[in-house]
Design a binder for this molecule. Structure first.
Ligand code: AKG
Ligand code: FE2
Length: 345
């Protein structure tokens, strides 16, 4: 967690950048790429804040911490717009613009590139997370509690040069999930569980099982229609591993409902159940307040949330979500040629 002095320094930097760039376009990024916006906003930080924030960010980038929580890093006192009832569009007003610039700045400090997937919400770099009315799958999901999961779960782990070349043009799932809290009146908890803590509860055989390339990983709901449109069918990963060991560090992809073992694979099923139990046992509340931005390591930590209260629009719960890739895992080959941040598919 950053100090309140540094949170104030972030606000000053973003205010100053905002005043100089009043006509900034945060929907199509026609003039400046999201990465450039983060870079330029970071230049507005005063020197002492830069040094301290960089130290904090580095702990996250190096993997020493799985979460970079910047409480109170932007101001929400002027937010008048009602909570949207769909992922897009993100309403454009001073509060949401500054909130997004703050997130881009923090990604920059964390040595990460902002990204989106064209197959999810039409490639929107920031999307609203709020209650969606109606009866479809996405509407129902929008208020349910969520058990621990990683985002983009059916997409591969980052390309590892020692594995040879990548065989298909499916970008890796995001390294980082960024949540920005605009409203959370009922203090619905965001929940997090560190993979290392869960693993300490697993025996060696279970870990070996989860390293095997034999699971089937279904498509995250928000990617369903987009992957169907772009790839011809819902994306699904077969012969997939849940854990991978990458230079001495265990990385994970997991979602309770999406990752399954083959019908007769009792050992695989038992291993998934054991991991599920371990994640439930290690889940902790991380309640976000308006003005908080949090970067979550999407390979070393699972995230979820408590149930969202009844009601839509008005002043109900409203987060923004974005993704990022650490520089070392970002390959521009995976970008659409006409975009500076949209990954294939
Ligand atoms: O609403 C939240 O707090 C998180 C939602 C989430 O994790 C997701 O939509 O994948
Ligand atoms: Fe998620």
């Amino acid at each position: 967690m950053i100090s309140s002095e540094n949170a104030q320094a972030l606000r000053r930097a973003v205010d100053s950048f905002y005043e100089k760039n009043r006509d900034l376009d945060l929907s199509y990024f026609s003039e400046r790429t999201p990465e450039e916006i983060g870079e330029l906003a970071a230049l507005e930080l005063d020197e002492s804040a830069t040094a301290e924030l960089q130290r904090e960010a580095k702990k996250f980038t190096s993997g020493e911490c799985c979460i970079f929580h910047c409480a109170g890093s932007f101001d929400t006192s002027e937010l008048a717009h009602q909570t949207p009832q769909s992922f897009l569009p993100v309403p454009s007003n001073a509060t949401t613009i500054k909130a997004r610039i703050t997130a881009l700045l923090l990604m920059r400090l964390a040595s990460a590139v902002p990204v989106a997937y064209r197959s999810e919400n039409d490639g929107g770099l920031f999307v609203n997370l709020s209650a969606i009315p109606g009866s479809g799958r996405l509407a129902e999901k929008s208020i349910k509690s969520m058990r621990g999961h990683t985002d983009g779960v059916s997409f591969p782990f980052p390309y590892n040069p020692s594995d040879g070349t990548y065989s298909q043009m499916i970008s890796p799932s995001p390294d980082i999930v960024c949540l920005i809290c605009l409203r959370n009146p009922d203090l619905v908890p965001t929940k997090v569980s560190e993979v290392d803590a869960s693993m300490r509860r697993l025996d060696g055989q279970t870990i070996q099982e989860l390293l095997k390339q034999k699971y089937i990983i279904g498509c995250q709901n928000t990617f369903r229609s987009g992957t169907k449109k772009i790839l011809g069918d819902y994306h699904i990963a077969e012969n997939a591993e849940v854990f991978r060991l990458n230079t001495g560090v265990y990385e994970v992809r997991f979602s309770h409902s999406k990752v399954v073992a083959e019908e007769h694979d009792t050992q695989g099923k038992a291993a998934l159940n054991a991991f599920e139990q371990a994640t439930n046992d290690t889940m902790a509340d991380l309640t976000l307040n308006p003005g908080d931005v949090v970067l979550i390591n999407n390979r070393r930590m699972l995230h979820g949330r408590g149930r969202v209260s009844e009601g839509y629009g008005g002043e109900t719960r409203w987060l923004l979500r974005s993704y990022a890739m650490f520089y070392e895992n970002f390959y521009s080959d995976f970008l659409y040629v006409d975009s500076s941040y949209e990954l294939i598919p």
